[in-house]
Write a protein that binds this ligand. Structure first.
Ligand code: PLP
Length: 469
């Protein structure tokens, strides 16, 4: 054994102690650590011939990178849709690393990973109030979840046309319809050979809506003269967290032949909220779902799930099979995970979720979700009343999309960069109906109404500064 490795092995306990203490110190100071940094660094570390050992490496890491880590998992990071990490999810994530299981098998061969994954999927279906006839799997993020679901949908289309696209490659037309898909859907389209520009756009509803106009949807369907197609719908659009009318789509699904996918990356959590669960009414009739766990469930990156109807499993297998006889590969007669999703070897991503679900339960997660919704409402009300700000869309769930009253787009951009440079809060730029806007998304479990009030005061004082006006 290499000398450094041997020494590290002897020092394992003190290494883990140091990491634990450093981790605690980071988490304890999340509130005060800046949300952005202005340091420029140019890493130029050379590969050492003789390693430094873990403790020296940690010291070097702290000197070079640790100082500029921003508090993206803290309570005032409202950029993108960025979740934090709860104690339970950190515990599960640490243990995932320690046990280092490869979650590629099915259960039944002494491999506990699949048991945990299947149980976690079942618990999640219960949390989201989704039917039990969905099967699922863990992937790295909603992007890969969209890829997984759309890959199965692509295979389903092939079946309707008497073809096996997974084997033969795509030869026929694959019609994909969507109103306002997330950018990752376009990436998925490009990755799957469907072409990112090959989406037939459905109109959005009038008013400040980002949801699909069902009349236009039906009109587009009729243009296809009976050809099967894929519908990508949204539970939570990025700018204004708008939801498609799932009950209406479910009605149309009775009349027409299509694969219905829902990108519910963060919006799926509306189903956990007493006051907002109606937003997903009817979603249980969809064929596939994308939901991120590293956003609103507050588990560490990389963590998302997909759900696909059990009856569509064959399309998953035909697409992702890593062997010619996936059913025969193990004695349990079930299909190994590596034949059901993109990755072969995988870490046990289910464990941090399993910990979070059991540690906080249905009511804990409901409260986490409702708190975020309340913060968005509180912040949105303030924006609406403030003479210098203006809401760009009503608050539907957990995001606030706003701009500056009577200011040019350049001013909006300038304000956001001044605000983010304070390091006290972080929000994202956006474009809403050709107007420059700012977006705040609430998903972090640590955020309190005091945090929101603090940011309001900060924004008020910045806009009052003479040099800004
Ligand atoms: C965040 C998001 C995605 C992409 O998720 P990743 O986890 O970044 O891969 C897809 N769709 C929606 C609606 C999202 O909010």
């Amino acid at each position: 054994m290499n000398e450094r490795l041997k020494k590290d092995l002897d020092e394992m306990a003190s290494i883990l102690d140091e990491v634990k203490n450093q981790g605690l110190s980071y988490l304890d100071h999340l509130q005060h650590r800046p949300t952005s940094n202005t340091h420029k660094i140019s890493p130029d570390t050379q590969l050492p011939i003789d390693g430094w050992g873990t403790q020296n490496t940690l010291k070097y890491f702290n000197e070079t990178f640790e100082k500029i880590m921003v508090s993206s998992s803290g309570p005032k990071y409202w950029g993108f849709v960025t979740g934090g990490t709860t104690p339970a999810s950190i515990a599960g994530d640490w243990l995932t690393t320690i046990y280092d299981q490869n979650a590629f098998k099915a259960s039944g061969q002494g491999d506990v990973s699949a048991h945990i994954e299947m149980e976690t999927i079942r618990l999640l279906l219960e949390l989201f109030n989704l039917p039990k006839n969905l099967s699922g799997g863990f992937v790295s993020g909603a992007t890969m979840s969209n890829v997984t679901c759309l890959a199965a949908a692509r295979q389903w289309i092939g079946k309707q046309q008497g073809k096996d696209y997974a084997k033969e490659g795509i030869s026929g037309p694959i019609h994909v319809l969507a109103a306002l898909p997330h950018s990752s859907v376009l990436k998925a389209m490009s990755l799957l050979g469907l072409g990112s520009v090959n989406i037939t756009t459905i109109k959005t509803n009038h008013g400040h809506r980002e949801s699909m106009d069902l009349q236009d949807f039906e009109k587009q369907i009729l243009h296809l003269s009976g050809a099967p197609f894929i519908l990508i719908s949204s539970a939570g659009t990025v700018n204004t967290a708008d939801f498609d009318d799932f009950e209406g789509i479910a009605q149309l699904k009775k009349k027409f032949n299509f694969w219905w996918h829902i990108d519910a990356a963060f919006g799926g959590f509306a189903s956990c909220s007493k006051s907002h669960r109606h937003l997903v009414d009817g979603w249980e009739y969809a064929d596939s779902f994308t939901i991120d766990c590293h956003k609103w469930l507050n588990v560490p990156y990389e963590n998302a799930i997909f759900f696909i109807k059990e009856s569509h499993k064959i399309f998953q297998i035909e697409t992702f099979q890593n062997s010619n006889a996936p059913y025969l590969e193990n004695q349990s007669g079930t299909v190994d995970y590596l034949n059901l999703l993109p990755e072969n070897s995988r870490r046990l991503k289910a464990l941090p979720v399993w910990f979070a679900l059991l540690a906080y339960g249905k009511s804990g997660i409901q409260e986490m979700v409702d708190d975020s919704i309340e913060h968005a409402q509180f912040f949105g009300d303030w924006i609406e009343k403030h003479s210098h700000f203006e809401l760009l869309a009503p608050i539907r769930l957990n995001t606030v999309c706003f701009t500056l009253n009577d200011y040019s787009d350049e001013r909006v951009t300038k304000f956001l960069s001044i605000l983010n440079e304070t390091g006290k809060v972080f929000m994202s730029p956006t474009l809403y109906r050709e107007k420059k806007g700012i977006r705040a998304a609430f998903v972090n479990w640590r955020t309190t109404s005091e945090d929101v009030s603090y940011v309001m005061e900060l924004m008020h004082s910045l806009i009052k500064k003479r040099n800004f006006l």
